[in-house]
Write a protein that binds this ligand. Structure first.
Ligand code: ZN
Length: 228
């Protein structure tokens, strides 16, 4: 296995508990806005020690330091539309774990995701025109559309947006994203295998501001919502 260059400072459980507590404060309207002052900024000039790496959808409503009530140096973040794993994403998460000592990776999906809606549209009989780069980025979401559509419909392979639960598609894609991150990274998988890292998949609920965990790999005790 690849030994981590920087040992984790906290256990995955400690990292999760701190992270989840920040979201609890945000949900309750009791944000403390920690680590956002001049002292913290100065402290971090020559170093960073984030315990959590986050890979989420780019959606403007998922502003991570706000919804998890943390600040400078707390989260190492990579985001793209529909949280689609790419080499740069895998590399960013690996870097956070092996070089920065993060002990938790959070994959952050959300309800009412435009990328999921667009992937459903691309899976329909008459997909909207889009650019090649958008089409290629949405393609890894389409198996989740197909999986849910064909579970409930046998008359046509073309998905119908009015007859499919987009948030359920999002959760299938969330679980697939976690799997894909593990599949594409031996370094991440080894760290999980060694008990030094956990990967948690959450779907954020826009209305209440809560990141609900649906999937976990690694040593964290937490209450999971059912994926289906
Ligand atoms: Zn989204």
């Amino acid at each position: 296995m690849t030994p981590p260059h920087t040992a984790p400072r906290v256990t995955p459980q400690q990292a999760w508990d701190t992270f989840a507590a920040g979201n609890d404060r945000f949900v309750a309207g009791a944000s403390a806005h920690p680590n956002q002052n001049v002292e913290r900024r100065s402290e971090l000039v020559n170093t960073q020690t984030p315990d959590v790496a986050l890979f989420g959808c780019s959606d403007s409503r998922l502003a991570a330091e706000i919804i998890f009530d943390c600040g400078l140096g707390d989260l190492f973040i990579a985001r793209n539309m529909g949280h689609v794993v790419a080499e740069s994403i895998t590399a960013s998460m690996e870097y956070a774990v092996t070089e920065l000592g993060a002990s938790l990776i959070v994959v952050l999906a959300h309800d009412s995701c435009g990328a999921v809606a667009a992937a459903i549209d691309q899976s329909s009989r008459t997909p909207s025109e889009t650019t090649a780069s958008v089409q290629n980025t949405l393609a890894p979401i389409q198996p989740a559309v197909q999986q849910l559509w064909l579970r409930n419909n046998t008359d046509t392979p073309y998905a119908d947006a009015s007859k499919i639960d987009a948030n359920a598609v999002g959760r299938i894609h969330l679980a697939a994203t976690v799997n894909e991150l593990l599949r594409t990274s031996r370094a991440i998988s080894d760290a999980v295998d060694a008990g030094k890292l956990a990967v948690v998949g959450c779907q954020y609920r826009l209305t209440e501001g809560r990141a609900v965990p649906y999937t976990v790999v690694g040593p964290v005790e937490l209450e999971l919502a059912p994926l289906d």
